[in-house]
Design a protein around this ligand. Structure first.
Ligand SMILES: Nc1ncnc2c1ncn2[C@@H]1O[C@H](COP(=O)(O)OP(=O)(O)OP(=O)(O)O)[C@@H](O)[C@H]1O
Ligand code: SF4
Ligand SMILES: [Mg+2]
Length: 373
């Protein structure tokens, strides 16, 4: 099948601009700006109300699942979003595909703020921004055949369905993701985990979207098949001119597929940059800890590299720490960190590839012993 558009890519060193605002994140400034963004997210927030009472519900607070997150996704680009459980990754994913409405902020797709759309206009956007879910065991209806699952988007969006033979179109999709078209009448339980995720990917591709938001697409799979599914997604991106938001717990999972990475902590972006910047020159203590999270015997410890162990749990997003949200687990925390929220901005005194956005008052490069993939 032909590519839908030519991936323009994005230059790694372009467009980090200006000083940051006071929101605790860069807002319109301080972030990397791809040359041709397909999605632009600005100051996105999702707060879930906490209530008490059975008959009369009283609001007692809010879970700040996502709090002023900003990023842009270039055409043909893969943005990896990484962070521990509960940091807001899936909430960002649901907001991007319009499964939920944000509390604040904007998501521009092709120059239009999709958070304000409804009805037909929203349906059209949903078609172009599709989701691939984490768990291929629960996200596929066990009572539907593979053909019905992959072809379901054609029923939901008949305006985007192929004009001719839909069954043939589904078989083509199965082929594209490496499955046999003859298995169109089989049920999900007749496939392995990796094959099921291929079915989920085929469904995500059916409407020829421009953007795919993949929420931990390989986390539920055996380690042995993860690379195959990631490689498949990579080749589909190039073949169909897709742009990906690729979510994972672990920095090693997104390493090869991502052009850029955003590291999230407790609803915010802690650090963002290109692969070489994040993996080779991390400046935020949280990224440094994530990179060295799994202690490994290192037969030849490289000089100057250290191993950092991330202690404690992520605090509740209903009651995040004041100032820097990472301060309760940060070995570098000082007084300033409790009173002043660091902005996601390029530290002015860091050289070369270390000069990328980091939300730390004391950002500095630190070579860490990396966990194995
Ligand atoms: N509908 C909801 N109502 C209340 N709180 C919610 C809701 N959805 C998510 N949360 C909370 O928001 C926070 C972020 O959740 P989210 O699922 O986005 O995290 P995540 O990074 O995807 O975690 P995981 O890695 O475990 O999938 C969590 O504290 C979660 O409990
Ligand atoms: S701002 Fe302070 S607490 Fe936060 S990451 Fe930097 S040093 Fe640690
Ligand atoms: Mg999640």
């Amino acid at each position: 099948m032909a590519s839908t558009s030519e991936p323009a890519g994005a230059s790694a060193d372009s467009g980090i601009s200006g000083a940051s605002d006071a929101s605790g994140i860069s807002g319109a400034s301080g972030t990397y700006e791809p040359a041709a963004p397909v999605l632009e997210v600005r100051d996105l927030a999702k707060h879930y109300p906490l209530t008490r009472g059975v008959l009369v519900k009283r609001r007692t607070g809010a879970v700040r699942a996502v709090d002023t997150v900003s990023f842009a996704l270039g055409r043909g680009e893969t943005l990896g979003i990484v962070g521990e459980s509960g940091c807001g990754k899936s909430t960002v994913a649901r907001l991007l595909v319009s499964l939920e409405r944000p509390t604040a902020g904007t998501i521009h797709y092709r120059g239009e703020d999709i958070t304000r759309l409804s009805g037909r206009a929203l349906r059209a956007v949903r078609r172009n921004i599709q989701m691939v879910f984490q768990d291929p065991y629960t996200s596929l209806n066990p009572r539907m055949t593979v053909g019905d699952i992959v072809g379901e988007p054609f029923e939901i969006h008949p305006e985007a369905a192929p004009k001719g033979d839909r069954r043939r179109a589904v078989q083509e999709l199965l082929e594209v993701v490496g499955l046999s078209p003859e298995h169109i009448n089989r049920y999900p339980h007749q496939f392995s985990g990796g094959q099921r995720q291929r079915i989920g990917i085929a469904r995500g591709l059916a409407l020829r979207p421009e953007v795919i938001v993949a929420d931990e697409p390989v986390s539920a799979l055996d380690v042995s098949v993860r690379a195959q599914v990631v490689n498949l997604m990579e080749s589909l991106r190039d073949e169909f001119g897709l742009s990906y938001v690729f979510i994972a717990h672990d920095l090693s999972v997104v390493r090869h597929i991502s052009d850029r990475i955003a590291v999230m902590y407790l609803g915010r972006i802690a650090e963002t940059g290109t692969g070489p910047e994040i993996y080779g020159h991390p400046t935020h203590p949280y990224t440094q800890a994530l990179l060295s999270a799994v202690p490994v015997p290192d037969p030849e410890p490289r000089e100057g590299r250290e191993r950092i162990l991330l202690a404690g749990d992520v605090p509740s997003p209903a009651n995040p720490p004041s100032g820097c949200r990472f301060r309760t687990r940060c070995w570098k925390a000082r007084e300033r960190c409790a009173v002043e929220t660091p902005t996601l901005t390029v530290p002015p005194d860091l050289p070369g590839p270390a000069a990328h956005p980091s939300a730390c008052h004391f950002a500095e490069e630190r070579a860490v012993v990396e966990a194995p993939p």
